[in-house]
Design a protein around this ligand. Structure first.
Ligand SMILES: [Zn+2]
Ligand SMILES: [Zn+2]
Length: 244
């Protein structure tokens, strides 16, 4: 059985998670993980889902230094699950803050404040229309372009749960991520469509398995991803946080 040594995508009360940073760290230590990352939702996420402002990420960085003294047995990283807020790939966290973080996760979610009117049309209106089949390809093109642009524009570690909320062209994304040195997530909490895994495996893009835990009890829960690893016989070499 494949062993995952780090959980690189977890949430706290700074976005809409239930536990503190220390709760997630404690849970990861109990599971014997080597690394845990705190990656709350970026500030453009509406209805209290996102962090209030990007400064919070820098506070979390300082907090991680204090926690590291109490929990020397684990490496504590601070990143963000940034939202892509325009078709030209703008993220909802300034680059000056991203530069100070340990890792940058990017993704698409519904109910996110777009960067401009043009972005609202491309990413909100198109996805609303996508409920009608005739408009689906238009939404897929817009979503994929936004992610590809962000991959070109920023140093991205991985793309979270591709295709989960908003549809994308998986093959195009996997090729671009591979070219840009970013990985794609295989979500332990959400799982993934078989079609997504099939397409990803047609390319040489790396994968990362994470829990996307929104409560401490879910830290290190990789079960839905591990079932897919088993089913598709994905080798450990493809997964950046698997034990070799
Ligand atoms: Zn997410
Ligand atoms: Zn998440």
């Amino acid at each position: 059985m494949l062993k995952i040594t780090s959980d690189l995508h977890t949430h706290t009360t700074a976005s809409h998670g239930r536990g503190s940073m220390e709760d997630n760290v404690r849970a990861a230590v109990e599971l014997g993980l080597e690394k845990i990352a705190i990656t709350d939702h970026g500030p453009a996420h509406l209805f209290g889902v996102g962090i209030k402002n990007s400064e919070i990420l820098l506070e979390q960085k300082r907090m991680a230094i204090a926690l590291a003294k109490r929990w020397p047995q684990i490496q504590i990283l601070v990143g963000v699950e940034a939202n892509v807020v325009s078709q030209d790939g703008q993220l909802d966290v300034p680059e000056s803050v991203l530069d100070q973080l340990d890792l940058v996760l990017i993704g698409l979610h519904p109910r996110v404040r777009p960067a401009s009117l043009a972005a609202a049309k491309a990413l909100v209106w198109n996805n609303w229309l996508a409920r009608f089949r005739a408009f689906e390809s238009q939404a897929i093109a817009a979503n994929t372009k936004a992610l590809l642009s962000a991959l070109e524009r920023y140093r991205v570690d991985f793309v979270v749960h591709p295709g989960l909320h908003l549809k994308i062209d998986t093959l195009a994304l996997a090729k671009a991520a591979s070219r840009c040195g970013a990985a794609l997530e295989l979500s332990g909490g959400h799982g993934a469509e078989r079609e997504y895994v099939e397409k990803v495996l047609q390319t040489d893009v790396k994968l990362v398995i994470s829990s996307d835990a929104h409560k401490p009890q879910d830290v290190g829960n990789f079960s839905k991803a591990l079932m897919l690893v088993e089913e598709f016989q994905i080798p450990a070499e493809r997964i950046i946080n698997a034990e070799r």
